[in-house]
Design a protein. Sequence first.
Length: 180
Amino acid sequence: MTNYVYIGTSLDGYIADRNGGLDWLDSIPNPDGDDMGWSSFYDQVDALVIGRVTFETVCGFDVEWPYDKLVFVYSKTLTKIPKGYSSKAELVCGSPQQVVNTLNQRGYSNLYIDGGKTIQSFLTADLVDELIITRLPILLGGGVPLFGELSKHMMFEHINTSVALGELVQSHYRRKRKET
């Protein structure tokens, strides 16, 4: 069972600008449509766990629903999935550990965790096994940070780093855990 984060950040560690905007993610021309490993990554996950804000952001995109896997919306405030999305998403609540246990019991063992507060909650609960972070060469100067405060240090081992489009630096890390 593996919980993954796959995300883009600015050089200063933000995943959205001060207004929640993501336009800066498209600031590097990509004429050949390089997916920078997204398809390979996505093929290895069973389901997505995303936060309410991320869910609402994706619903607001002027595109068809981008996922062909079940999306679990992790929220303390959303009471139901909006009409038109009920076959695509389900609500989950509880602690990150309860969510993971429930989804694992339902047969979902490789989860893609997305959304700022959701990622931070899963990190705080030590439930992120791998991080794949793509850094764009832009300083936003503020916005939604990828990382928040942690009560203890968390060690990760470097798996690899690659450069895409001559400017995007993607690094893959795996959580180092003490042997028990």
